[in-house]
Design a protein around this ligand. Sequence first.
Ligand SMILES: Cc1cc2nc3c(=O)[nH]c(=O)nc-3n(C[C@H](O)[C@H](O)[C@H](O)COP(=O)(O)O)c2cc1C
Length: 101
Amino acid sequence: MKVPFSTDAFPQYPADAIETFGSISRHPIIANCGYTRDSGEAEINRGLASMISYGSLFLANPDLPRRFELNSQLNAPDRATMYGGNDSGYIDYPFLGSEGN
Ligand SMILES: Cc1cc2nc3c(=O)[nH]c(=O)nc-3n(C[C@H](O)[C@H](O)[C@H](O)COP(=O)(O)O)c2cc1C
């Protein structure tokens, strides 16, 4: 699955923000932006970040930890329902086991 947000899309960002800032920080690093299950694991294993935060994947998958644990298929985030409007896209993504998934 392609994650809809990635700092790769922002040329003003360092190519590797975790390396750039994480290597000089004396504080725990929570890495964020564009991570998947596998790339999050790889980031943790790289040793600079202590934690990964998931934004849009968690929004689209209210049971994201369980899905990661089971390596299950993920609901794809729908950008059209983000950032306003109504509750659609915030409280209605299906949990595992519902709607045939
Ligand atoms: C619906 C939505 C609302 C967000 N609101 C905020 C916000 O209020 N403040 C903020 O700093 N980041 C906000 N973000 C950015 C997320 O915290 C996160 O940095 C971004 O989604 C990239 O991580 P991801 O690839 O795991 O989604 C929001 C993201 C989404 C999808």
